[in-house]
Design a protein around this ligand. Structure first.
Ligand SMILES: Cc1cc2nc3c(=O)[nH]c(=O)nc-3n(C[C@H](O)[C@H](O)[C@H](O)COP(=O)(O)OP(=O)(O)OC[C@H]3O[C@@H](n4cnc5c(N)ncnc54)[C@H](O)[C@@H]3O)c2cc1C
Length: 559
């Protein structure tokens, strides 16, 4: 049912572009990768919106790293492994944690200004960390400050060309290798609307997350799971798609955007209380509000059920008001817009989809299962997060893996025998093109996913979700769209199908994957990864649809 390519095209009649390295995505991972490519090689970076629209830009709490002489690598490694619930790759965790300080120092050299106390980086603490090791900027605007510096640096690089407002529809594959991607440029750049085939020696996928699949999410509009879906269509292996991290505290006010209230607020002493004013976290975990995210999210869901109320509240009224205003100016402003004084009023919150833990399988260099394709950042499953991501480890992952993938792709482009020629590829055009209410299906999908594939799952709910999404897929995937909204809907569906199938296939609870019908971890049988991959005929031109989505499951060896 899923087509190999969402667009009909014929390479003989398409526009063409050539680059040594193509990078899809301009968040932290993508731009770090771009800066790792040799200045002698041409780089094209493609982003579907403006450069500043990425999950990276919205990161609030900070970036984790062992920066205090009293802290140590072993402690950061241990905290990451514990959060990951026995599914992390411990060698990857060691590598990322040990490389962290030098990557953060590099950001400072590139112009990032982290908050300081007495001339030293001011380090905060977040849930699951046993030491103060979170560097932050402008209080709660860490991502914006990091991205400001990295974007400025990238724009100055003469070998890097940035295509903003440019949507990547699919990866180009030919004879078992990724050859670049098919993109639709912004109208001002290409008024014809004809697809552009970007042929690259090496391609790096850095498309970020998929939070928009769920009704409640902290993610910006760009996070529609495009990367996992286009990788899936290109036959690339995906891993651990059942693991979606829900942020416990997303602002829940009718009419407001679903703003994240960073856990640094809890790190600074905020309490979670229910509708009766009871501080409930100590009832669930001795670490109370500083327990890892999965535990806090599940506790909130249980407390909402126990009190039959749609949300719980963050209470900061016992903390120093001036310090709170200074430390969290962004959240203070958002609350004020809805008539709430966060230093005195209780803030209504509930969990929302926040971070995609599963994704494209990569090795330590960022190499995927498809030759010529690398990946970095939230779109990947690198082994760092296991079954649950430790707070503030993802910006770090984007930096470390962005650098590795960029360097490795650059090396391969220089050494490899690849020639940059336009191959003859064609995709089919025989699908329905009738009128379609894209927004309606999108809302229905988000609500199914939020209701049945959220913080708590069970076999019956997952079956219902699979059936509903299958019925959407029967007509959405057969449709020929010619707009970003349409392709995004197809991507949302493909990634949602992978998530649901993986969640059904894992009959245990581990990390962020909580099954009420199998409430405990089963290390004996399930300390394993789940992978999903379809056969695309070795990347040879293919006209027919792919096998039924989520066709192949392989259980990889124990981590
Ligand atoms: C509100 C919020 C707060 C967060 N706070 C923190 C924090 O404090 N600390 C922390 O470590 N992490 C935090 N995270 C998570 C972290 O920000 C992300 O995991 C990380 O920044 C992802 O970086 P990335 O480069 O992989 O993806 P992104 O930064 O999301 O970049 C993805 C890029 O891909 C592009 N793209 C996507 N699809 C396409 C397509 N089809 N065609 C072309 N381009 C495409 C987008 O335009 C964008 O440029 C937070 C996330 C959110 C949403």
């Amino acid at each position: 049912m899923t087509p190999r390519y969402l667009l009909p095209f014929d390479s003989r009649r398409s526009l063409h572009r050539f680059a040594d390295v193509l990078i899809i995505g301009g968040g932290l991972a993508g731009l770090r990768a771009a800066n790792a490519v040799s200045p002698n090689q041409s780089v094209v970076v493609v982003t579907k919106d403006l450069l500043r629209e990425s999950n990276s830009n919205y990161a609030q709490g900070g970036i984790a790293g062992v920066l205090d002489p009293e802290d140590c690598f072993d402690s950061h490694v241990q905290d990451t492994l514990i959060a990951g619930a026995n599914l992390c790759d411990s060698e990857v965790v060691e590598m990322v944690v040990r490389e962290g300080p030098q990557r953060i120092e590099e950001l400072i050299r590139w112009g990032t200004k982290f908050d300081e106390t007495d001339g030293e980086i001011a380090l905060g603490r977040e849930g699951g960390h046993s030491f103060e090791r979170i560097a932050h900027a402008h209080g709660d605007a860490t991502g914006r400050e990091i991205m400001r510096a990295v974007i400025e640096r990238t724009r100055r690089a003469p070998n890097i060309e940035i295509f903003e407002d440019t949507f990547t529809v699919d990866l180009l594959t030919y004879e078992g290798r990724c050859r670049g991607a098919i993109i639709i440029e912004d109208e001002s750049r290409n008024p014809s609307g004809r697809p552009l085939m970007v042929w690259a020696k090496e391609t790096i996928l850095c498309t970020g997350g998929a939070g928009q699949i769920f009704r409640e999410s902290t993610n910006p509009a760009v996070a529609t799971g495009d990367g996992t879906s286009l990788a899936y269509r290109a036959g690339v292996e995906l891993r651990d798609m059942e693991f979606v991290q829900f942020h416990p505290t997303v602002l829940y006010i009718a009419g407001s955007s679903r703003s994240l209230i960073t856990e640094a607020v809890r790190g600074d002493g905020a309490h979670l209380v229910d509708v009766t004013g009871h501080r409930f976290m100590p009832d669930y975990d001795p670490r109370a509000e500083l327990a890892p995210r999965d535990i806090v999210s599940q506790s909130i869901v249980r407390q909402m059920a126990a009190t039959q109320h749609s949300n719980v509240y963050l209470d900061l009224s016992h903390l120093d008001a001036e310090r709170i205003k200074k430390r969290f100016p962004g959240i203070f402003d958002v609350c004020a817009r809805f008539g709430l004084d966060m230093t005195a009023d209780r803030i209504p919150v509930r969990p929302g989809a926040h971070y995609m833990i599963g994704g494209v399988t990569v090795d330590r260099q960022g190499r995927t299962s498809l030759p010529g394709l690398w990946a970095a950042g939230e779109v990947t499953s690198s082994g760092l997060h296991g079954a649950n991501r430790l707070a503030s480890n993802s910006l770090l992952e984007g930096l470390v893996y962005g650098a590795h993938a960029g360097e490795a792709a650059s090396r391969s482009a220089a050494e490899g025998p690849h020639t940059l020629v336009a191959q003859r590829i064609q995709s089919a055009e025989n699908r329905s093109t009738s009128e379609f209410d894209i927004a309606d299906v999108r809302v229905s999908l988000k609500s199914v996913m939020g209701r049945l594939v959220g913080v708590q799952r069970d076999a019956e709910g997952l079956r219902e979700a699979a059936n509903s999404i299958h019925s959407f897929a029967t007509y959405v995937m057969a449709h020929q769209f010619d707009s970003v909204e349409g392709w995004e809907l197809q991507n949302l569906i493909t990634t949602a199908q992978c998530m649901v199938a993986a969640a059904m296939a894992r009959p245990e609870s581990r990390g962020v994957h909580f099954r009420t019908d199998h409430a405990t971890p089963d290390d004996e049988n399930w300390r394993r990864h789940l992978t999903i991959q379809v056969d695309i005929n070795g990347g040879h031109p293919q006209k027919g649809p792919l096998k039924e989505p989520v066709g192949v499951f392989v259980e990889a060896v124990k981590p």
